[in-house]
Every structure is written in C-alpha cells, then in structure tokens.
Design a protein around this ligand. Sequence first.
Ligand SMILES: [Fe+2]
Length: 272
Amino acid sequence: MNLVSCSSNYSPLSSNFLVPTTPPSKILKSSNRVSHLGWGERRDNLCNNRRASKTVAYYGLKTPPYKLDALEPHMSRKTLEVHWGAHHRGYVDALNKQLAKNDVLYGCTMDELIRLTYNNGNPLPEFNNAAQVWNHDFFWESMQPGGGEMPTLGLLQQIDKDFGSFANFKEKFIEQALTSFGSGWLWLVLKREKKCLAIVKTSNAINPLVWNDIPIISLDLWEHAYYLDHKNDRAKYVNTFMNHLVSWNAAAARMARAQAFVNLGEPKIPVA
Ligand SMILES: [Fe+2]
C-alpha cells in the first residue's frame, strides 16, 4: 500500500452488497451468526454447531446506477459492456464457484468475506474475486453522468484541510494514479484515528477495507478499465475521470455516513 496524507487503523464503513440471486440451490447446516469471529474461530464454530440450517444465497451482479451509455462520451457503452458485463460478471461467477466448495464462508456479508479471506495478509483463494466484486460495485458508484466539477461544503472543507486545496488534492490524485505500477486501484479514504482524508494505492484486488479505512472514491487502474477508450493512455483516462466522471455527490454521501463513525469536529476552513 502507498499512502498520501496520513495513516491509521479503524472500523470501516461500506455497503453490504450481499445479494440473493437465482436460485439458492444449496442447503447447508450452520451455526448462529458468527461474523464477529476470526477465520479460525468461525471455522471451528461452524464445525462444532450444526443444529440449525439455512438457505444459502449466492452473490449477484449489481448493475451500475446509470445506463451503460450514460457516461458517454467520457466512458463508452462498449467499455461498460466489457468491463461490467464481462470482467465484473466474471469475478461474481468465479466467486460463487469458489464459495460452492466452501461452506464456512457462506452467510458473510461482502465486507466480512473480504476481511476474512484477506486473512491478515495471507489471502485465501476467494479473496481476489470477493474484493474485485466489491471494488467494481464501489467504482461504478464513484462515477456519475455529468461528474467531475468540485466537491461541495463539508467534503471540500475536509479536502482543503488535509491537502491544502482542492487543486493540490487533484494534482496528487492524478500523480499517484500515473505512478502506480501494474494493475490496482487508487482510493480517496477517510482515516478514522487520525480523522483525515488520504490517497491510497493498492495492488491487484486489495482494497482499503482490509486496513479498516473508509473508502470515499475509487479509480480502477487495471488496463481493462480504459484500453477500449484510451488504449494504453492512462493519463487521458485518469484526467477524464477527474474532470468528467467522478461523483462528488457519492463521495459527499459516503463522507456523511462515515461521520457516524469518525468525529471530524468543526471544520477549520470557513464556508465561503
Ligand atoms: Fe476493473
């Protein structure tokens, strides 16, 4: 992980994307809810307590919150068809196949599944697909038609506080995206203990939930995210994201929810 601004550990805030889909064809015996337990405890608990039974749901492919052509001309329908319809779908399908062989992991929310399978930095086989499902859901919701522009009010004040100015934040975010090697993700996250925003780079499927960061915005830096529209020109893709696609509305909503967990106090930057 690479970090710009600050670092700390805290409890995460993110959505639960567990979606029952067709058809929950598998019945397994399970214990009471054990989501607060670690991997070993969870496994032991399930092995030792098999009196209750429940129907198991598979994870589903969530649709982006806009039509597939809604981001044009900045992100093409073709890119969405391939990126969401093939790559993202592939992660969901692969995850469900893996989980069909692993009763212990059924019943987790997606957040729990990511943290359990990350396994303190020794990822289990399910981690990559689980994290990529979550990452892509979060990425689609980090964009909107008519995006770009600037954040408003509290989020802008926090960016000013933690990065000096919005222009400085934007410059650092783009710089970090262009200096990220290989496939991975770039995130704007809120740090709980230090109560500040930070830019974090992660490799492959890793996301900030594994360090208990609160994600605010994400940018997919896998080449499959931009090759159809921009070939290998990552700079054009990153600048297009920042200027025309990023959803500061989604970011503001996530910041508002995050403040249920992180007390940011009174803004030090006065409202203009
Ligand atoms: Fe992707």
